[in-house]
Write a protein that binds this ligand. Structure first.
Ligand SMILES: [Zn+2]
Length: 290
């Protein structure tokens, strides 16, 4: 699936539930290249990328989602953002070198913060403790406490092949709210989770989505939507750097230029460096009197 950066969404029409499958290659590579992260950090960042794709695909409006992991471990901060167009970026910040290899030992005691920002309207935030063994279980816990929708997530990363992916199964809000209906929904959900639980990393990383979905759900009624492309878009630009520079006192800009001949800004996410010389900063310093 080296050519795939794709998200599939589908409905289980008889079970009143929805599902998603994400398979990522170059978008994952774009997030980890140039950073020299330890393998375990790349693996967790891959899982966080897949998880954020799955979450942004649940948005019912235009906007973006940021999923942050923060803790007292050697990786104090990890974050992936994505929008409803599946444009993703992410970063990990290392406090110290580490050979840790689990969520608990990498991030330490901490929290997962999910921020949902609609393009129109108020942002809102959900916070849960990172007290489960893996990211997928922490996310299931988030859905349980914040949204109260039965949801299960599966996440896989292979750093050697630079592939990551995952699946999601989620109940839709029920129709009449009756007890029988609720019981049927829960048993349908558990059945779909059992089927999805047979998913293997090597299948996710080698099969086309359609073949994998057939393998998992061939006995279910599944309505598959048009696949959506996932891409890496950092969003940094020379213009955004200039707007940050415009906040600096003109006298300070002059002092930096006198000392270094330019102002350099490097993006934390994609490690692109933007250089600005005196000529390109003329607008910000022209009113400084000598
Ligand atoms: Zn950037």
């Amino acid at each position: 699936m080296s050519q795939f950066n794709v998200l599939n969404r589908y409905l289980f029409t008889d079970a009143h539930a929805r599902g998603e499958l994400v398979q990522l290659s170059s978008s994952f590579n774009s997030i980890i290249k140039n950073h020299n992260y330890p393998v375990a950090v790349e693996k967790l960042l891959g899982e966080l990328l897949s998880a954020t794709c799955l979450l942004t695909a649940t948005l019912k409006f235009e906007g973006d989602i940021t999923v942050q992991l923060q803790g007292d471990g050697p990786v104090g901060y990890m974050s992936v953002s994505g929008n409803n167009n599946q444009q993703m970026r992410g970063i990990a910040k290392m406090k110290e070198e580490t050979s840790a290899d689990s969520l608990q030992t990498l991030i330490g005691k901490g929290t997962m913060i999910i921020t949902i920002r609609p393009t129109v309207g108020e942002a809102y935030q959900g916070v849960v403790a990172l007290d489960k063994d893996n990211l997928a279980d922490c996310l299931a816990h988030y859905f349980e406490v914040s949204e109260q929708i039965p949801t299960k997530i599966w996440l896989f990363s292979d750093t050697e092949k630079q592939l990551t992916g995952g699946a999601l199964v989620q109940l839709l809000p029920d129709g009449d709210g009756s007890v029988e209906n609720k019981q049927k929904q829960i048993s349908d959900f558990e059945h779909l989770c059992q089927l999805t639980n047979t998913i293997k990393a090597e299948e996710l990383f080698s099969l086309e989505a359609e073949a994998l979905l057939y393998r998992l759900y061939h006995q279910e009624a599944v309505n598959i939507f048009e696949p959506q492309a996932v891409s890496y878009v950092c969003g940094c630009s020379a213009d955004k750097c200039l707007s940050a520079i415009s906040q600096i006192e003109p006298s300070e800009i002059k002092a930096i230029l006198a000392e270094q001949g330019k102002i350099s800004m490097t993006c934390d996410y994609c490690v692109t460096t933007y250089d600005f010389d005196e000529l390109s900063l003329q607008n910000f310093i022209s009113d400084v009197r000598h």
